[in-house]
Design a protein around this ligand. Structure first.
Ligand code: UTP
Length: 296
């Protein structure tokens, strides 16, 4: 099996209820972190990792997301006429090559596993990446690139992981570790949101490189399940069937932009990382922190 990963699935069909009322009319993925929508961060990370085909699993009401990747001819020619080359470069960086993007509909929000399964025909018999745009990661090299480099050594399937305190493991899929090799661990199992006795503190976050057999596992789950179809279950089945699943402790910081607190934290971190904003924004943050302290 080739270890070249050129296709990535972006499941963006969720309802985004935690951001209502904003998500009543805007897809969550279009929400803006500093000046770029969440989806742009995910696309940039995928491109840096060598992804060539971008598969979006969408749903009703996600039209703005499809429009975002169209060439904005009028805007481009206005910027060109006005000689605004910097803005033109920013705008052009969002353009996608013809045929590089495919959209598939998930007709019902039946879970992340189901959303990934909807892309099975586009993925075919190749390893593929899955990127959850809610998880924005600040890392150098970008997280997916770190994973692809690790995957070249290991093969199998690979999930991105981070250490979390024991009391937080119940919010994540958690790895049961068979062998700890430092940055890479081999998994013995995977438990979705353990209520008690988590098998480790290694939580799975929204980046995956998956063997095509995961699609076949999803196929079986689909036939057997009445409720949500979990991606975690299909990955855990890989281990049960004797195939390798690895976790990578990636280098970087992950922000949960699917939650309000996480989105605000990401706004601060990405704002402070920008040369054009860090002074003014940093001073403002220092001022409000000292005002808060003085009021205590
Ligand atoms: P979430 O659990 O964050 O759900 O999905 P959500 O609907 O986006 O948001 P809330 O919880 O209602 O606020 C994690 C990822 O899986 C995708 C989502 O779009 C998001 O990227 N997803 C989830 C689907 O594509 N389809 C589904 O049926 C469920």
């Amino acid at each position: 099996m080739s270890r070249k990963v050129t296709k990535a699935i972006f499941p963006v069909a969720g309802l985004g209820t935690r951001f209502l009322p904003a998500t009543k009319s805007i897809p969550k993925e279009i929400m803006t972190l500093v000046d770029r929508p969440l989806i742009q961060y995910a696309i940039d990370e995928a491109r840096a990792a060598g992804i060539k085909e971008f598969i979006f699993v969408t749903s009703r009401g996600k039209g703005a997301l499809e429009d975002y990747f169209d060439h904005a001819h009028e805007l481009e020619s206005n910027l060109k006429k006005a000689n605004k080359t910097e803005l033109l470069d920013i705008l052009r960086s969002t353009n996608m090559d013809s045929g590089a993007i495919a959209y598939i509909r998930q007709h019902k929000a039946l879970g992340l596993g189901h959303a990934v399964w909807c892309a099975r025909r586009l993925v075919g018999n190749e390893p593929f990446a899955v990127i959850l745009t809610d998880d924005v990661i600040m890392g150098e090299p970008p997280c997916l690139q770190q994973m692809i480099e690790a995957y070249q050594e290991t093969g199998g399937s690979m999930v991105a992981t981070m250490e979390v305190p024991s009391e937080k493991t119940k919010a994540y899929g958690v790895l049961d570790i068979a062998e700890d090799m430092g940055a890479i661990v081999r998994a013995r199992g995977m438990v979705e949101k353990p209520k008690e006795n988590p098998p480790s503190n290694l939580a799975v976050i929204g980046r995956y490189i998956l063997a095509p057999s995961v699609m076949q596992n999803l196929n079986k789950l689909k036939q057997g399940s009445g409720g949500e179809i979990q991606l975690t279950d299909a990955i855990a089945d890989e281990i049960e069937e004797g195939r390798d699943v690895f976790g990578l402790r990636f280098r970087g910081e992950r922000f949960d932009c699917g939650s309000k607190a996480g989105f605000l934290q990401a706004t601060v971190a990405f704002g402070l990382a920008r040369d054009d904003l860090k002074h003014e924004f940093g001073e403002y943050l220092e001022d409000i922190m000292s005002m808060r302290k003085a009021a205590e």
